[in-house]
Design a protein around this ligand. Sequence first.
Ligand code: NAP
Ligand code: GDD
Length: 350
Amino acid sequence: MGKKALVTGVTGQDGAYLAALLLSKGYEVHGLVRPSSTKSTERLSAYLDKITLHYGDLSDGGVITRLLQNIQPDEIYNLAAQSHVHISFDMAEYTGNVDGLGVTRLLETIRSLNLIDKVKFYQASTSELFGKTQISPQNENTPFAPCSPYAAAKLYAYWMVRNYRDTYGLFACNGILFNHESPLRGENFVTRKVTQFAADIARGQKKTLALGNLEARRDWGHAEDFVRGMWLMLQADEADDYVLATGQTHTVRYLVETAFKQIDISIDWIGAALDEKGVNSRTGETLIEISKDHFRPAEVDLLRGDSSKARQKLGWEKKYDFETLIKEMVEADLGREITPEETRVNLRAV
Ligand code: NAP
Ligand code: GDD
């Protein structure tokens, strides 16, 4: 019989890619979904009949207990989180409850149900832990310097995972994942915001897009590559923590230029600071404006990861480069508008 996996955050970007991967490997997949008055399972549309969904929320310990008791999973992938860094500044307490304490609720339930020797646990840790570090590239030994409520909550979770591994012997791994994107990326993250806008411009639909810090640098990879790394961590002989990253970093400005290149528009930048604009170099039309609303109270300036450990110990390799990722995202956003029903991104078995 195949293994049983419970995926929290299954309705999110990574949840959808991971569910596809686990199904392709013969797993019985269970997913935690939040009760909602609108449909939140759109990303899973190709797989809905193959996944067992359970209502629940990481802020509710009772439901977690009942679920683990009933499902008795072999592997738990904890992907659920309030995952938006900017929003976490306005929802600090909620973010701490879900992204921090939510992890403790899962770990404590595993312990109290005597599942320590049965279950393997993956925690969606993050490169945001490195925050204000001056060290680049960042690896598993780089000191953490979180600078948002999101990162602080994830740091607490990171240490709880290590504690349950060291103290009780739970097979528990922190995947310290750098930014990863896809056509299923949430619309309020910068890559998707830009690729959707480029697609709108190609269709003649929108005029300008407001962005924040164009100089922030991120190490952007593809979610399909990264969920494979999550799975590999739980198949290793020993539980450990791993960085997954591409090793390349680009500015938000370069992201904009790359996305517009896909629709044969080149961008000229004129002006400075809040008055800077990105204009269509052929027509002079303003496409990008800067708004202070999109700057964060504290910014992570530079992320670039070193995933040598994952390469050596897990045999993990990325398949996508940045340009291919952005091309796929723009194409998907272009396709979506033309045939809304059919072009909902069809997840490939990865
Ligand atoms: P995402 O698209 O924002 O998905 C987050 C998921 O968590 C959604 O399914 C969401 O449900 C669920 N969720 C939110 N609050 C919850 C709660 N209180 N109880 C139960 N479920 C809840 O995020 P993602 O990009 O797939 O990322 C997955 C995980 O990896 C997150 O923990 C994120 O912090 C972490 N991470 C992501 C990246 C990245 O670049 N993508 C990098 C490092 C770490 P709804 O659909 O109902 O909102
Ligand atoms: N969202 C957004 N919107 N970001 C913008 C904008 C804008 O209009 N303009 C500039 N940025 C900059 C942000 O200031 C940040 O430096 C960068 O673009 C990336 O922002 P996001 O796409 O929102 O992602 P993130 O890096 O803050 O967080 C993502 O990656 C983390 C891993 O490093 C999320 O997926 C987190 O959950 C994840 O942990």
